[in-house]
Design a binder for this molecule. Structure first.
Ligand code: IPE
Ligand code: IPE
Ligand code: MG
Length: 232
């Protein structure tokens, strides 16, 4: 069986999971952290090199303050609390997104953890926080324009060159994108990077998503024929 080099997950359905039990949405987000742990562990075991998880979108800032604050606290707790997991399993931790919108204490913890795990090589785990695909493309275009201005001329640009301006520079495009909770949309996630990614949708809500669900997604991925527009 082929193990995808880069698996990406749109972790959706926390709110509905909580509602089903008559609980507050934050209860679902808390439970979702356990799924993150399970997936990280399993991906490390089977040899996935990159695991990126969509945890909070630029659009999610529009949610009620109570939920947003609770989520930021949860992220902080996660970054601090997972230190041993990252070190014991040789995992490099990264956060990608619009840092400008993220709280300072969270960013300080993130940078610390990014630094101490920078030399870890088994797998890179990326939390996509305050991320959106259009934001990423726009910030890349702005950086390119700034470089042209600094150089005093229009610099050459091809697809590989543009990828290097994206926030995900250096990370190979996702091979498999999983979305939980039954939604079948991209919700402004890695628009450029998912150009040839295989999509897998499952009705399972994120807090219920476990190793066996991931196994099923990978087995489905193995039945796909990736043609990249060519003829076999
Ligand atoms: C995903 O779960 C987590 C975030 C977007 C932060 P939701 O909070 O979107 O849960 P549903 O979709 O409302 O069930
Ligand atoms: C996408 O889920 C964002 C994350 C999972 C972090 P949403 O719940 O925000 O997406 P929509 O609103 O259903 O498209
Ligand atoms: Mg949702």
């Amino acid at each position: 069986m082929e193990v995808p080099q880069h698996i990406s997950i749109i972790m959706d359905g926390n709110g509905r999971w909580a509602k089903k039990q008559g609980k507050l949405r934050l209860f679902g987000h808390n439970a979702g952290a356990e799924s993150v742990r399970a997936c990280t562990e399993y991906c490390t075991e089977i040899g996935v090199k990159y695991l990126s998880l969509f945890a909070f979108s630029e659009e999610n800032w529009e949610r009620p303050a109570e939920e947003v604050n609770g989520l930021m606290q949860l992220m902080f707790k996660y970054v601090i609390g997972e230190h041993d997991t990252f070190m014991n399993n040789n995992i490099r931790f990264r956060v990608i997104g619009n840092y400008e919108h993220l709280p300072e204490d969270l960013m300080a913890a993130v940078h610390r953890e990014e630094e101490v795990t920078a030399g870890n090589t088994r797998m890179t785990m990326i939390l996509m926080l305050s991320y959106s695909g259009k934001w990423d493309i726009l910030q890349a275009a702005r950086h390119y324009a700034a470089d042209c201005l600094a150089a005093g001329r229009q610099l050459p640009l091809d697809e590989a060159g543009f990828s290097n301006y994206l926030a995900t520079a250096g990370i190979p495009d996702p091979d498999l994108l999983i979305r939980t909770s039954g939604e079948q949309r991209i919700s402004n996630y890695m628009l450029w990077q998912n150009a040839y990614t295989e999509f897998y949708y499952t009705p399972v809500l994120w807090p219920d998503f476990r190793k066996n669900d991931l196994e099923q997604a990978i087995s489905d991925f193995n039945n796909r024929q990736r043609r990249y527009g060519k003829v076999e």
